[in-house]
Design a protein around this ligand. Structure first.
Ligand code: ATR
Length: 279
């Protein structure tokens, strides 16, 4: 019998996680099955219990269940506790263990796949919701010179900056409104807002992209995302979408479950090719 894993979400039909984990399993010789499971929005906890009863060893959790997963866990890793959200579950001796590999996935994609060190960089993080919260601690751990969190509702950005102040030794950490970005420049600009879902473009003042800067969208799609189009127009030198982050957070989860770190470059290249072919 192979070990059983899944990803919970709603919707979930188009999830790339089953293909990613199948590729990791084939590559590392691990004997596992990984399935997409649709959970009803109001019965996520029941879906977890049913999966455990079925013999599930672990699961990933995606939209809209990451906060619910956090509340369900009997034990949390430090990074999951700080993120207030869980994307990776392990079922051990009847207990639900929660971790969050999103931030590590983002940092690894930027550092390893895109070859860009974050130490000493001025980083701008757009958005102050769950996606943003999940990546702040791993970004601070890279020791950037500055991390500014900008949000449509500026009070949420300020609260988030205050909540992570104790991890920000040596980093200029602050939060505020998009309008406060005028006159500032950043080396790395990361979009963690949900603005593109509603087709809105972000009110970024001109001139915020420093020479050689990287624009990174945690979203991805068939073509260029609206944020990356805006960033390119405003002078970002390099643009990257979140497909690499998706693969790296999966690799981090796989490593946690199986004790083997899969190689990601080939998997990312095939996903990219499949996405381009759709366009
Ligand atoms: P997620 O878990 O994806 O982060 P969320 O917690 O609902 O989802 O947060 C969504 C983020 O996208 C917030 O920062 C939100 O800004 P507000 O806090 O002001 O709501 C941001 N966002 C969503 N739609 C936006 C838009 N049209 N323009 C700018 N920011 C937007």
């Amino acid at each position: 019998m192979s070990d059983l894993y899944c990803v919970f979400g709603n919707p979930i039909a188009h999830s790339k996680s089953p293909a990613i984990h199948a590729a990791f399993a084939a590559q590392t010789g691990e004997n596992l099955r990984y399935e997409a499971r649709l959970a009803a929005v109001d019965s996520f906890f029941a879906a977890i219990s049913a999966f455990v009863a079925e013999g599930g060893c672990g699961a990933n959790v995606t939209v809209p269940f990451k906060e619910q997963a956090y509340r369900r866990c009997d034990r949390l890793s430090d990074r999951a506790a700080r993120a207030g959200a869980v994307n990776t579950l392990q079922f051990i001796d009847g207990a639900v263990h929660g971790d969050n590999t999103d931030g590590a996935g983002l940092v690894r994609d930027i550092r390893t796949n895109l070859g860009r060190a974050l130490a000493g960089q001025r980083i701008l993080l757009l958005g102050a919701g769950g996606a943003s919260r999940g990546v702040i601690a791993p970004l601070l751990a890279e020791k950037p010179a500055a991390l500014f969190i900008a949000n449509r509702s500026p009070d949420k950005a300020q609260q988030l900056a205050a909540a992570f102040a104790e991890l920000a030794a040596g980093v200029e950490l602050s939060g505020g409104a998009f309008a406060q970005l005028a006159g500032q420049q950043f080396d790395v600009v990361i979009n963690a807002t949900a603005a593109s879902l509603s087709g809105d473009s972000l009110p970024l003042p001109a001139g915020i992209f420093a020479p050689g800067s990287l624009a990174y969208d945690m979203m991805y799609g068939k073509g260029e995302t609206p944020f990356l189009t805006l960033a390119r127009t405003q002078g970002a030198a390099h643009c990257a979408d979140g497909l690499g982050m998706l693969v790296e957070q999966a690799a981090e989860a796989f490593t946690l479950w199986r004790g083997k770190r899969p190689e990601t470059a080939g998997v990312l290249a095939s996903l990219r090719a499949a996405l381009s072919a759709q366009g």
